[in-house]
Design a protein around this ligand. Structure first.
Ligand code: 0X9
Ligand code: CA
Ligand code: ZN
Length: 324
């Protein structure tokens, strides 16, 4: 039975208000900027959390992206949780304080606002996944943002060339304005020839998994992925999964994908990165639409896991005993 949208989930308007509140309440350690616009013209917002948030310091940077897929609303709640955790507990929790002082943390709380709003706008949830960009020569709407990234785009039967498919890869890499804007933002973090972002998580639902690249091949090592680099992802993914009880695995163990942010962040930008598939573990827990009563439990569940990533962001390779 289709469910009516649950008022306990954050709308895009409420998200903007929450971001404004967080930044106003913590001006020294939180700042917001707009990195681009969605197809329908909504702002794509980045929240930066660090000591001296207004200044670009020489500290490891960490990226959290949320809501590439419209119906995965729990991931927006995860962004709200992280903004609050890293600001409210600054100055009282010693570990949070140390991490905020020594890292530059970028939270992109909703990279597909058109899709989210569309999914919430009816009398029932619409089960929408893609963005809301029209496609030429068809009434079928939307590109799957997580098939539109520019690393081996469309290579491997891990996406669809048909606009009516829920995994439509778009007519070209970065054809989705939201993907192009976020990719430009990430490329903009190359300073003095060096990518400043060392670690990233892209939040999705559902299945309770921690996934690492590559998704386009079943092979562990491949072009641009050495044994040491694979082992670093596997060790850090497993270390985080020990904290939240998710299942850690290479993303292709779930199924083959091409053009995901996962493969691009590693293959193109050399950023150690993970996809989190949040609660529930199966369709029986509510699938994409668990009741809002689970938000507090299922976001705070990831507190320790996310702090572990922030901790290793100074040098992810040290988890396997390598300096790089
Ligand atoms: O298919 C996706 O984009 C992600 N799953 S979801 O149910 N949230 O749509 C998974 C992406 C991770 N990559 C692979 N599974 N290969
Ligand atoms: Ca910096
Ligand atoms: Zn998803």
């Amino acid at each position: 039975l289709p469910l009516a949208p649950d008022e306990g989930y954050t709308t895009f308007g409420e998200l903007r208000e929450t971001i404004d509140e967080v930044v106003a309440a913590h001006p020294g350690i939180a700042a917001q900027s707009v990195v681009g616009q969605s197809h329908e013209g909504r702002d794509l917002v980045a929240v930066k959390i660090s000591d001296d948030a207004g200044v670009d310091q020489d500290e490891p940077e960490v990226l959290f992206t949320h809501s590439q897929h419209a119906r995965e609303h729990l991931t927006v709640e995860m962004a709200v949780y992280l903004m609050r955790l890293l600001t409210d507990e600054y100055g009282s929790d010693a570990r949070v304080t140390e991490l905020v002082d020594s890292r530059e943390i970028w939270i992109l709380p909703n990279v597909n606002p058109d899709g989210s709003e569309y999914d919430m706008a009816g009398s029932n949830w619409r089960n929408w996944r893609k963005n809301r960009q029209p496609n030429q020569g068809t009434s079928a709407v939307g590109t799957d943002m997580n098939r539109n990234w520019d690393h081996l785009w469309g290579c491997c039967n891990g996406s669809s060339g048909s606009p009516s498919s829920s995994t439509y890869r778009g007519p070209a890499p970065e054809s989705a304005p939201e993907v192009s804007a976020v990719a430009d933002f990430v490329r903009g973090r190359v300073v003095g020839g060096e990518q400043q972002i060392t670690a990233a998580i892209d939040f999705h639902t559902y299945s309770e998994l921690i996934l690492w690249p590559y998704g386009y091949t079943y092979d562990e090592t491949a072009e641009g992925m050495t044994r040491e680099e694979y082992d670093t992802h596997a060790a850090l993914g497993t270390h985080m999964a020990d904290a939240n009880g998710y299942t850690p695995q290479q993303s292709s163990d779930l199924y083959i994908t091409d053009g995901t942010i996962n493969d691009w962040l590693w293959g193109d930008q050399r950023i150690v990165n993970f996809t989190y598939e949040m609660y529930p573990s199966s369709w029986w827990g509510g699938g994409f639409y668990p009741p809002s009563s689970v938000i507090e439990r299922e976001t705070s569940r990831n507190r320790e896991a996310v702090l572990r990533l922030l901790d290793y962001a100074d040098c992810p390779y040290r988890i396997i005993g390598e300096e790089e």
